[in-house]
Design a protein around this ligand. Sequence first.
Ligand code: GRF
Length: 217
Amino acid sequence: MARLRLGVVISGRGSNLQALLDAAADPTYPAEVALVVSNVARAAGLARAEAAGVPIRTIPHGDFVDRPGFEAAMDGELRNAGVDLVCLAGFLRVLTPWFVTRWHDRLINIHPSLLPAFPGLDTHAKALAAGVRWTGCTVHHVRCTVDSGPILIQAAVPILPDDTEASLATRVLTQEHRCYPLAVRWIAEGRTSIVGERVIVDGVEAANPLGLLNPAS
Ligand code: GRF
């Protein structure tokens, strides 16, 4: 069966891109990375795509007079590549409703907190400052409000007494790299639907097979 064609959109390091590339290296994985788009010319993630033999497009947002022009260029590249699902992976631009609507239910994001807690940037600093005992990551469908949308999967990690932003980020990232390929797998296998802005997986609302991923459980 044809594999789902992913367009992965990045701005930087690309470790989540790497997790998707690694998953897709298995021919039985139901999705492949068809294109990587970066709005940052020197994004380290671009080298990861090249190493995997995946086409890349650099679209510097500064080359465009406005956001719609930038997004139209990105949209064009994704469509030309026959992308089925756009995966935001450390993409540091806010998307306009035009782009979000154009890719409705075919646009997902990974965020390093348990949404709706701590949207936006500096999530680990926010979690430490708030004194929460648990944080984690979320893969979700993208809607017009930043870091919102139907949740596909979450994994939680504990916050430990001596944690720093860096140590917490490392613990969360380990879970991100497990969550993103799994969420994509579910979509590619046609196992998800969105009903009333909630994701149903295999007929179950709030499916959480990753409970076992919690180090403390
Ligand atoms: C990740 O923590 C992701 O959740 C957030 O940005 C970071 C990107 O890291 N959206 P990487 O570029 O995938 O390594």
